[in-house]
Design a protein around this ligand. Structure first.
Ligand code: SAM
Length: 236
């Protein structure tokens, strides 16, 4: 498969899903509730925000303003369109930029499935710590190994921590964990099916074969092995 074909598939998958992460409605509501601002004037920042849905939900729920930073232009466009539809354009701004260059701290900092912006989890947490204003909160959500991966899974996902190491990395970066949870296998199953559905909709034999391959990699490889942690943190 060429890089161009892969790009088309990834874009098709992203276009058809609410969140580009194993995130149920229930967990999205819970995460937002736990991120409740402690003061008037708190601002949210989502780095690698995808279609911006979680950021907008947070800003809408608490009537606050925010910024989303997303490198993918099509995702940024979707986010802006949704913001306009929901009357949020004056409060929530989407920047089509490399989030690694963002320097303005905020009280609520989100980074979901995009720790690779800075490198490994430790580097991501250090960056989030620099960007979280004193007394604020950060949401870091990313992959970890629940059990030892086989060679094929390790090849795809690389070096990941386990959940205790992820929590320790957050502490080492200067955070106190407020809440730690992981996506359930049911959330993963829904996410994987919804993700593949976008590719199936392309309707070509090559797209179908790519979807088949991903399904097999999931079911016989990383299902139950790769976890997705949700860490709500505050600067220590
Ligand atoms: C797995 S998706 C998660 C998207 C979103 N946070 C969500 O949960 O739906 C990762 C996102 O990070 C974005 N991304 C990757 N590197 C980036 C960078 N350097 N700057 C900004 N966005 C980046 C990708 O384009 C993609 O939309």
């Amino acid at each position: 498969m060429t890089e161009e074909e892969l790009k088309v598939y990834l874009a098709a998958a992203a276009a058809g899903i609410d969140y580009n992460a194993p995130l149920s409605e229930h967990r999205a509501a819970d995460v937002v509730r736990r991120l409740e601002p402690a003061g008037a004037g708190w601002r949210a920042l989502d780095l690698g925000c995808g279609n911006g849905r979680l950021l907008m939900r947070l800003c809408e729920t608490f009537g606050i303003a925010g910024d989303g930073v997303e490198r993918d232009v099509a995702e940024g466009e979707r986010a802006r369109q949704r913001a306009a539809e929901r009357g949020l354009s004056t409060r929530v701004t989407f920047h089509s930029d490399d989030a690694a260059g963002w320097r303005r701290p905020a009280e609520l900092v989100l980074n979901v499935g995009a720790g690779h912006i800075w490198g490994d989890a430790g580097q991501a947490l250090a960056a989030l710590r620099r960007l979280t204003a004193p007394g604020g909160k950060a949401l870091f959500a990313d992959g970890f190994y629940r059990t030892a991966p086989d060679g094929r899974v390790r090849e795809v996902f690389g070096e990941l921590p386990d959940l205790p190491s992820l929590a320790r990395a957050a502490v080492d970066a200067g955070f106190r964990p407020l809440h730690i949870a992981e996506s359930t296998v049911a959330e993963w199953d829904d996410f994987e099916s919804d993700w593949r559905a976008g590719i199936e909709r392309l309707g070509t034999p090559a797209a179908r074969s790519f979807a088949d391959q991903r399904r097999d990699e999931y079911l016989s490889g990383y299902r139950g092995v790769v976890g997705f942690g949700w860490l709500i943190l505050t600067p220590s």
